[in-house]
Design a protein around this ligand. Sequence first.
Ligand SMILES: *Cc1c(COP(=O)(O)O)cnc(C)c1O
Length: 390
Amino acid sequence: MAFLKQLTDHIRAHYGVSDDSVIPLHAPQFGSQERSAVLDTIDSTFVSSVGRYVDFFERQLADHCQRPAAVATVNGTAALHTALLIAGVEAGDLVLTQALTFVATCNAIRYCQADPVFIDVERESLGMSATALAEWLAEQALIDDHGICRQRESGRPIRACVPMHTYGHPCDMDALQSVCQQWRILLLEDAAEALGSSYRGRPCGGLAPLAAFSFNGNKVITCGGGGMVLGDTEQMRQAKHLTTTAKQPHAYEFVHDQVAYNYRLPNLNAALGHAQMRHLPRFLADKRATAEAYQQLLSDSPYQFIAEPSYGKSNYWLNTVLCRDLSARDALLSGCQQAGIQARPVWRPMHQLAMYQQQAHGDLSQTEWLAQRLVNLPSSVRAGVATDDD
Ligand SMILES: *Cc1c(COP(=O)(O)O)cnc(C)c1O
């Protein structure tokens, strides 16, 4: 308990908050560039589906991830849904993902009328375990005469695999990719939390044929709400069509060639994202400093700081500690609550949610062990970091 006071004092001092106002888990930071970009859309009246900021923002993300193209969407869930559709996920398919994720990953799979299959995570990265993936496939899957991976018992196609970089810590993508290649399963990244993270020197969001980001208000950078799909040029041409009501280009006629979605990101939001993106290197440096300070403080404590895996760099979106057990976790959560500090447990694992209880899954012992012990601590970029013009 003595350490709890040390921790909450550290957090107040780190964020320079001397009064008793609540310290949020993750709040956005804006500078003058955000203000002028957003005002520019208002002054020009191009706040909606026409305007140059969407193109700018898409180019920034594609370049950052070293991918050929990107398509902006209204939110990260829409980006995931679009990526899955482009991957060819259809009604009745199975899609492998983690039980330890935010619910949007599974919802996007269900929007395709496919079903998620839950695979365990690794303790080190909190991301999908390639070993657990390989074990489930060896037990359950076959490759048919047409080269399609299917669940043996049901015959259902196992179309795709969607690992998620939990809290910004990169998954072991080479290991996952080699299992997916062996079983002819397409790999997609849910990179919603991992903008600025990297794996063996390569940026997250550029590690699989298709990837999705979120720019919700609590992410590393924000558009207010927004998302992005990344892929090759032809895939992103399809993604643009699918996210813009499948309207055929014409000077004035309205011809739509399939049932599609209104998932496009408004120019107003893209302006905010474009300005935020220019702060990314500074945001990442500040978040790393916050993580290092936590790591140092926690080295001699009852909590274990979750450091980035040895093979990559984390953006340290949310700093996370591992508690001894469930009661230690609850004591930390309520202690922080009483001290006016927002701390949060990890998501309820997907296989324990009412609508996903019936889905297939492998052994989930790591997921269940972690779910009782993980706590996120305040991780915002500090005030002032976004104000310098660059
Ligand atoms: C935030 C998040 C999403 C979805 O993002 P929205 O923009 O809120 O729709 C998807 N997956 C993960 C893992 C996330 O953290």
